[in-house]
Design a protein around this ligand. Structure first.
Ligand code: GLN
Length: 532
């Protein structure tokens, strides 16, 4: 039987609840408990695939092909595991499951209601996530802020679970903002109100986490929270502003969070083994040299769109003993001639869609190729690198992807054949992890050290098989392919110092403990260049 920790948020969103959930699950896991995490998003969407990256950030993809919230990426990175689709419930899916059951006549005669029909579905999905992950403790993140109309049903479902599950099997953790105002004081009133809102829904928090924009929570603020929010002082924790999110588990452990949660769940006392993690965070802190890597994309106003890319760079930096934070560059600013790429030691072009900013990206790729700047292209990055090569090396000026130019004479990137009939946009791309065969003796082969890898995809377009031979004759090497079909999955330019691109998304696989080889190679090459 699994136990559950439910994490709610108060006052406002974007407080780093996902990082907190990841950190708590990490502490439990490091203490020998099979812990995992789940996110419930109250939106009416069925998945994150159709959500605008400007509003929601990155679309993460599970190995089993679910387009999910970016917090699943945090869970994977902190817990060093591969998440399953059941670990992200978007409420649209719960509602539609209930409505479909009604149409099938499964509730004949019954009036369909939010309570109990939708709440039962939510509870079923939570227990299902615990079952498929084999979790002893599932930390469940409730998206949104307490008081949002759309999350009421979810709060009601978790309220019911406390009474349905055996004693010592559920913990309610509430994380809310404790702002500092102009007088310099940390104010707890917003926290008090949000706990009151939670209480009015029948949920009394067992532990409270104060998110402060400062480095610490003042003792007087802690006392006030304990006094007004129904918890004892030792169950009030701080989640302060950090330079490095990977330091949060260590900080929460020092405050005794995992011990408090273990106690409430009736788990024996145990100190988590954080030796490796602590070592890596210290290595990250102590790195002095910085390599400058440009991440060129069109969603420049929203760094979260490329969360996994920035994290992968960070991991590779730690492995190479440098800091590689990555600088987000607006591809449209390149088009306007506002950016000088000469100051960078490496260039990454991440995934993307559509026409806006594409010419700026192609300019950046051309710069990397001609100036021999280490380059890594991811998905759209591979496709546009092929377009750039076709245009500027093969001389096909109009070469393009049919995603943008349907009528080009040189459609070097074209729709995958099976995509041609598809009309619906949600969940219909080529999704999830697939096998990739690597050619011996290539850069890809030497980076991965094996001939077969298993990588995650999310795309509709591919290198047009009709052009592969001509591109190869012009010096491009397709070093990764689909085992069965003519799908090109890795491309490299052997003449360059480091120029490699892949159709898959390696950024999702990078871990602090184990950086992804393509990123590791990029940062190593960038470090070499920076030294010169
Ligand atoms: N737009 C491209 C495609 O659909 C690339 C997608 C991506 O970068 N994830 O194939």
């Amino acid at each position: 039987m699994a136990k559950f920790v439910f994490v709610t948020g108060g006052v406002l969103s974007s407080l780093g609840k996902g990082i907190f959930v990841s950190s708590l699950a990490k502490l439990l896991k490091a203490g020998g408990v099979r812990a995992n995490a789940m996110k419930i998003d109250p939106y009416l969407n069925g998945d994150a695939g159709t959500l605008n990256p400007f509003e929601h950030g990155e679309v993460f993809v599970t190995r089993d092909g679910f387009e999910c919230d970016l917090d699943l990426g945090n869970y994977e990175r902190f817990l060093n595991m591969f998440a399953k689709r059941e670990q992200n419930l978007m409420m649209g899916t719960a509602y539609s499951a209930v409505l479909q059951k009604e149409r099938r006549g499964e509730f004949l005669g019954k009036t369909m209601q939010l309570i109990p029909h939708v709440t039962n579905e939510v509870k079923h999905c939570i227990r299902e996530a615990a079952r498929v992950t084999g979790a002893e403790v599932l930390v469940v993140e409730i998206g949104g802020t307490v008081g949002d109309i759309e999350s009421e049903v979810v709060l009601e479902a978790i309220r019911q679970m406390r009474f349905e599950e055996p004693p010592n099997s559920t913990v309610f953790a509430h994380l809310a903002l404790v702002p500092t105002i102009w007088t310099g004081e940390q104010k707890t009133k917003p926290m008090q109100h949000s706990v009151r809102a939670l209480l009015s829904r029948g949920i009394s928090p067992d532990v409270i986490i104060a998110r402060t924009p400062e480095k610490r929570l003042n003792e007087s603020a802690r006392d006030k929270i304990a006094l007004f929010c129904n918890v004892s002082r030792e169950n009030v924790f701080a989640s302060p502003q950090l330079d490095d999110v990977y330091a949060l588990p260590l900080l929460l452990h020092e405050q005794g969070l995992d011990a408090a949660v273990r106690k409430k769940l009736g788990l024996p006392k145990k100190t988590p083994d954080l030796k490796e993690w602590r070592g890596l965070t210290e290595k990250a802190k102590n790195a002095k040299t910085e390599v400058k890597i440009a991440v060129v994309g069109k969603y420049a106003a929203m760094r979260d769109t490329y969360t996994s890319v920035f994290e992968a760079l960070k991991h590779a930096g730690v492995a190479n003993g440098v800091r590689a934070p990555g600088v987000l560059i607006d591809s449209e600013a390149i088009e306007r001639g506002e950016i000088d790429l000469r100051g960078f030691d490496g260039i990454v072009v991440p995934g993307g869609f559509g026409e806006r900013g594409v010419e700026g990206i192609i300019t950046a790729i051309r710069f990397a190729r001609e100036k021999n700047v280490p380059f890594l292209g991811l998905c759209y990055g591979l496709q546009l690198a092929v377009v750039e090569y076709a245009r500027n090396v093969l001389g096909w000026r109009d070469a393009h992807s049919t995603e943008i130019a349907l009528r080009t004479k040189h459609p070097v990137i074209d729709l995958l054949p099976e995509q041609k009939k598809i009309k619906d946009k949600g969940g219909t791309m080529r999704l999830g992890a697939k096998h990739v065969l690597l050619k011996k003796g290539t850069l890809a082969h030497s980076l991965y050290g094996k001939t077969e890898i298993f990588k995650r995809f999310r795309h509709r377009y591919e290198v047009n098989p009709k052009y592969v031979a001509r591109l190869e004759r012009a010096g491009m090497v397709f070093s990764g392919r689909d085992p069965k079909r003519a799908i090109m999955k890795v491309m490299e330019l052997p003449k360059a110092e480091y120029f490699i691109s892949c159709q898959f998304h390696p950024e999702f696989d990078s871990r602090l403990e184990e950086p992804e080889p393509l990123f590791n190679g990029l940062v190593a090459a960038a470090k070499k260049r920076a030294r010169k």
